[in-house]
Structure formats: C-alpha cells, structure tokens
Ligand binder design. Structure first.
Ligand SMILES: C[S@@+](CC[C@H](N)C(=O)[O-])C[C@H]1O[C@@H](n2cnc3c(N)ncnc32)[C@H](O)[C@@H]1O
Length: 205
C-alpha cells in the first residue's frame, strides 16, 4: 500500500490489522440499527457508550454500567444524555437494572474488561462478576442480538479471567449461540482478545 493512500476500512490507525475493540466496533456498526436498545457493560471513559449511541441514533437507548463514580462523570461529558442511561452499578446486576420489558430485547451488549485507563488499576473486572454478568447478558439479548467481549489477559487476574471465559464460552449450547474467539498469535506478551457471540435467530424468509 503506498504511504499516502487512504487507510482501508478494516485497519488499525497505523494501517495494520484492527485491534480487538475495533473488530468489535466493526461488527456492532454493521448490525445495529436506529432505535435499537443496547448495553455498555463497562462504561469506563465513555468511548464505547458514545460509539454505541451513534450506532443506535436516532431513537435508540444505551444502558451503561460501571462501579466507579469517576467513569460516570467522564462519560456524562461525552455522550448524548437523552439517549443514555448511566448506571452506577456492577454489570453483575445488569438484569435487575434493566426494565423488565427490555429483557430478551437487547440488540447488543459490549464488554471491554480490565481497568479504567488513567485511573486506579486495582479497580478491574473480576472473573466471578464477569461470569455472573455474562450469564445474564446472554438471556437479555434478543434473538439475533450480539455480544462482544474484549479481554485483557495481560493485567493482574486477567489470565484467569480469560481462561474462565474460554471455558464458559465452550460450554454454551451451539443451537442457541454462535461464538468466535479472535486473538493475535505471534506476540510474546498476552495481547487483548475478542470474543463475539451471536444469539441464534430464525432465518428471515
Ligand atoms: C477497560 S475499562 C472500559 C473502557 C470503556 N468502555 C471506554 O470506552 O472507555 C473497564 C471498566 O470496567 C469497570 N468495571 C470493573 N468492574 C466492573 C463491574 N463489576 N461492573 C461494571 N463495570 C466494571 C472499570 O471500572 C473500568 O471503568
């Protein structure tokens, strides 16, 4: 590719392969529609909440979760508030925080695990609460809905979290869910990985 040619659509900012989060965004942008209701399970600084709100605008709604008040403060500055419900709650309480009428109707749920960049690295996602959230998330999704999960095995506790997610994913009923796993294979450090899950839906005629 000549140095001054425009970046391909499926590229990182340096022209290389997309990162895990970028792959997730590409998949979500392709499938989400205006008016959809979606969940950001790990709000952080609000970049993913903003991205999701753009995907479902106009008329959609993003429910976003984080355990840190600082995450809500940052996100509030960034996102259209009329389309976002920012919840100061752990994603393991996702089901009880979403209106009952939305259960089974969520078009996408995005997880970006680990810690909030630029803040306290001890406040990370934990295996037990992540698995509890995932169990709820797959039931909250609508048929045809999609879940993306960026996992960082390199941080403290991340390797265990990643192993347990792999076990959980392998045990899912293939009649109900399609699951894919994407990870760089020729890097020595533990690079970020992406899991993508699609809740099966009857084919449209
Ligand atoms: C990698 S950051 C997310 C980045 C974010 N999506 C963004 O766009 O900036 C992970 C976030 O998960 C949050 N977190 C940790 N445990 C959580 C839990 N049980 N429920 C919800 N969020 C949690 C952390 O506070 C942190 O903000």
């Amino acid at each position: 590719m000549p140095p001054d040619s425009p970046l391909p659509h499926l590229a990182s900012p340096t022209g290389g392969l997309p990162s895990s989060v970028r792959w997730a965004q590409l998949m979500l942008a392709d499938r989400l529609r205006p008016g959809d209701v979606v969940v950001d399970a790990t709000m952080g600084n609000g970049h993913d909440t903003l991205f999701l709100s753009q995907c479902v605008s106009p008329g959609g709604q993003v429910y976003a979760f984080d355990v840190q008040a600082a995450a809500l403060e940052e996100t509030r500055k960034r996102v259209p508030l009329e389309m976002s419900t920012l919840l100061h709650a752990g994603h393991e309480k996702m089901a009880q925080n979403l209106p009952l009428e939305l259960h089974g109707k969520i078009a996408a749920i995005m997880f970006n695990l680990g810690y909030l960049p630029g803040s306290d690295k001890s406040c990370i996602t934990r295996t037990e609460t992540t698995l509890a959230a995932l169990a709820q998330a797959i039931e909250l999704l609508k048929p045809g809905g999609i879940l993306t999960l960026a996992v960082y095995p390199g941080h403290e506790g991340g390797a265990e979290e990643s192993r347990e997610i792999a076990k959980w994913a392998a045990g899912l009923d293939s009649r109900r869910f399609e699951v894919q796993h994407l990870r760089p294979v020729n890097r020595s450090a533990a690079p970020p990985e992406l899991w993508t899950l699609w809740k099966t839906a009857p084919m449209k005629k």
